[in-house]
Design a protein around this ligand. Structure first.
Ligand SMILES: *Cc1c(COP(=O)(O)O)cnc(C)c1O
Length: 369
């Protein structure tokens, strides 16, 4: 007998490994950072690290404290801080824990160089490691990074420290879209000339569509979690496997007469007599409140649609054609059998946001290993 509210997120580590290997197949001559920021896009940082511990070339994340925690858990791969450091304390941790830091502005560079010149802290067994940085260039995204005008003095400063390991990187704004990456590649090349060192360019979309951007290290994120970075190509068609399956069950059934309405605001009106199911999943679980009537959902493995507004703890779906489905019937909100991308598109968002929004109150189960 079930003893708790039936909602669960099931995480499949084998699918995560499959997707990571697929990224490597697309970029065979590059190494690949497994991007595990935002708690591994809502899948759980530690679950992702355990799944890829023996496999990933490196892990990329945001918070310095999380990187330290990985080191303390004996994760030995390179660890990349995707927004770099936020304090002198972070700068010292980069040296002490042998982290790789993005540098997107002069302040960060100054803090890191200062930390690299300090004597090792007393009581630490670690060596003073060389500084490892990813110099971020603004090639057109206009978010973070050095411009063509700012870069030369930065490279000049770094020339005084040949022991430091410098990789040049940039981020694409439209690798999944019409504008593509050529315009940013051109700007990047114009900025970096005959750079002899390492380069990192590609996110998931560029890995899958732009083989000319593989460079030395790729940075797959969303594809690891089995969602497509493209509006016009499904994850399954790309060979990706869903990692998170959000499941619940029917906890109520209503028989409607033509003209009856469903949920807050009565935004759905039955055009005929219908049977509907109430699912134990709402926006407080992370299901998008903006998903309109008609958003796909699986009941007993069969596709149907949501009806009316999503409530905090519940949503309604059409069971008229799934007559065997009653209270307790299993429901899949997204994952195996229903791509998160489809639900996201119906709700006017992207799977990234659905995954990241998975609420802490949803219990997580890890399947197999
Ligand atoms: C998040 C992030 C990525 C991964 O992007 P996806 O679109 O999820 O593959 C790559 N590079 C940087 C710098 C990022 O911040």
């Amino acid at each position: 007998m079930k003893t708790s509210r039936p909602i669960r997120a099931r995480i499949a580590p084998a699918a995560l490994r499959h997707n990571y290997r697929l990224a490597k197949l697309h970029a065979p001559s590059a190494k690949a950072w497994a991007v595990i920021k935002a708690d591994a896009y809502g899948h759980g940082q530690w679950r992702a690290v355990e799944a890829l511990r023996g496999e990933a070339d490196g892990f990329a994340l945001l918070e310095c404290d999380n990187a330290i925690a990985l080191r303390e858990a004996e994760v030995r791969q390179p660890l990349l801080l995707l927004e770099g450091i936020f304090s002198v304390r972070d700068a010292r941790a980069v040296i002490e824990y042998d982290l790789t830091s993005i540098v997107h502005c002069i302040d960060q560079l100054e803090m890191l160089i200062a930390a690299s010149r300090e004597a090792p802290r007393r009581g630490t067994q670690r060596q003073q490691n060389p500084l490892k940085i990813y110099l971020k260039l603004n090639s057109g995204m206009n978010r973070l990074g050095f411009t063509a005008r700012q870069l030369p003095p930065v490279l000049e400063t770094l020339r005084q420290f040949p022991q430091h390991e410098v990789t040049l990187m940039t981020h694409f704004a439209d690798a999944d879209g019409e504008r593509g990456i050529a315009w940013q590649m051109d700007r990047f090349k114009a900025m970096t000339g005959h750079w002899p060192g390492l380069v990192s360019l590609a996110n998931s979309a560029a890995i899958l569509r732009h083989p000319q951007a593989q460079a030395d290290w790729v940075r797959p994120g969303i594809m690891l979690y089995g969602a497509s970075p493209f509006a016009d190509q499904a994850a399954a068609a790309l060979g990706l496997q869903p990692v998170m399956t959000l499941q619940s069950a029917i906890i109520g059934v209503q028989n409607l007469l033509a003209g009856d309405r469903v949920g807050y605001g009565g935004t759905f009106t039955a055009a005929r007599n219908m049977r509907i199911g109430i699912v134990a999943c709402g926006y407080a679980d992370g299901y998008p409140r903006h998903a309109p009537s008609g958003t796909p959902i699986l009941v007993m493995g069969r596709r149907t649609t949501t009806l009316g507004r999503v409530s905090m703890d519940m949503l309604a779906c059409d069971l008229t054609d799934i007559r065997e489905a009653g209270i307790g019937a299993p429901v899949t909100l997204w994952g195996d059998g229903l791509a998160a991308d489809e639900v996201a598109t119906a709700a006017g968002t992207i799977a990234y946001e659905l995954f990241c929004a998975l609420a802490p109150r949803v219990p997580v189960a890890v399947s197999g290993s």
